[in-house]
Design a protein around this ligand. Structure first.
Ligand code: CP3
Length: 346
């Protein structure tokens, strides 16, 4: 059951609130001293993701400090490849490093029992967060989209242009499709279980959607996302889904009209008036303050917040960044941002 009184949920379902709700992607993380302190006690980032109590605490840190309207569960999109039995580690300064899928024989299959074995602590963390957060704060569950996860699984790491994955998808689409379908099943299951545990909304992160041209975008972003959303809605028809096809450009329009998501997360390159005219009439929109402007701070912060709110704030709109909070971000800039959004009037 989703809570229809929550500002985030109402907005994602198409209501325009006088005061838009606000949360930030990566609102928990290294820019917060209290995060660095807890993080320092653990060698291994992935292990942290399987400690429900710690995850609840890390999700709550930015809520206490800034009073956001939503708490996203502390986790990572790499728990899916991990739960499918692929080796995943996080290296300092590099990010996630996976044992790359070299050929077809390495493609894992989806097994519900194995997934549950590994991901049960994440679902427990969602339930814990739901029980801990203030009643007016929505709990957001999430997962990586099949394309973005497949890209990491084939490439073994980020940082480049995912050339191996993109070539494989062109060269042998039948086997790539098998990988994508295993991920569709795992992603849908992970999102359903987070909703079972109390998530009020879920977000699908397709961080590398912007690498694909029209036909590949249709096949590897839109089609799998539509199927994930279909399966999710079969279990939880009333829980809103946010899709974040970062970098999709003009293809945001197809994404918004074809996938069945309730809202789209805009990256910072999406023009605001275009988003208002072409997207906001179909779905709620979320975004898209530049995370580098949040590092920089200063007078531009106010001008830009106002520009975003004046253009998108008169329709269903959730204030957010266009990508995650960067580790270099001064927490005072975040506090200032929150003050500006809260003070805005339509
Ligand atoms: O506060 C939140 O938003 C919830 C937690 C969250 C994390 N990762 C925690 C994290 C979320 C929603 C994610 C999503 C995620 N993870 C994405 C999609 C969004 C995006 O940024 O495009 C991706 C691509 C990943 C994979 C990932 N995880 C990378 C590339 C990195 C390394 C880069 C970095 O910032 O360190 C991570 C590590 C990671 N995930 C950290 C956190 C808090 C930092 C780990 C540490 O403390 O050492």
């Amino acid at each position: 059951m989703t809570d229809l009184a929550l500002a985030l949920v109402r907005t994602l379902k198409g209501e325009t609130l006088a005061k838009p709700p606000l949360w930030l992607m990566r609102q928990a993380g290294r820019y917060l001293p209290e995060y660095r302190e807890l993080r320092g006690k653990s060698e291994n980032f992935l292990e942290l993701c399987y400690q429900p109590q710690t995850c609840v605490e890390l999700s709550m840190q930015p809520i206490r400090r800034f009073g956001f309207d939503a708490a996203i569960i502390f986790s990572d999109i790499m728990v899916i490849p991990d739960a499918l039995g692929r080796k995943v580690e996080f290296r300092e300064g590099v990010g996630p490093v996976l044992e790359p899928i070299a050929d077809e024989r390495d493609i894992p299959s989806f097994e519900a029992a194995r997934l549950a074995d590994r991901l049960a602590p994440v679902w427990k963390a969602v339930a814990g967060l739901k029980a801990t957060r203030p009643a007016n704060v929505a709990v957001i569950g999430f997962a990586g989209a099949p394309w973005t996860i497949a890209a990491y699984m084939v490439e073994g790491r980020g940082g480049g242009e995912f050339t191996k994955a993109r070539r494989w998808a062109w060269r042998d689409s039948a086997s790539f499709e098998r990988l994508i379908q295993a991920l569709v099943a795992a992603t849908a299951e992970h999102l359903v279980k987070q909703a079972d545990a109390g998530a009020d909304a879920v977000q699908i992160f397709d961080s590398w959607a912007g690498l694909l041209g029209e036909s590949q975008f249709e096949r590897w972003v839109i089609a799998p996302t539509r199927e994930v959303v279909r399966r999710f809605k079969a279990a939880h028809p009333e829980i809103p889904v946010i899709g974040f096809p970062r970098g999709a450009g003009a293809l945001y329009r197809d994404y918004a009209s074809k996938t069945g998501v309730d809202a789209v997360g805009l990256d910072s390159t999406v023009p605001l008036a275009w988003a208002r005219d072409e997207l906001q009439s179909r779905v709620a929109v979320q975004g898209n303050f530049d995370n580098q402007a949040l590092v920089a701070g200063g007078a531009a912060l106010k001008t830009e917040v106002t520009r975003i709110l004046d253009t998108l704030g008169r329709g269903p709109f959730v204030f957010n960044l266009g990508h995650g909070v960067l580790p270099e971000t001064p927490p005072e800039h975040v506090a200032e941002l929150v003050g500006l959004v809260r003070a805005w009037k339509a």
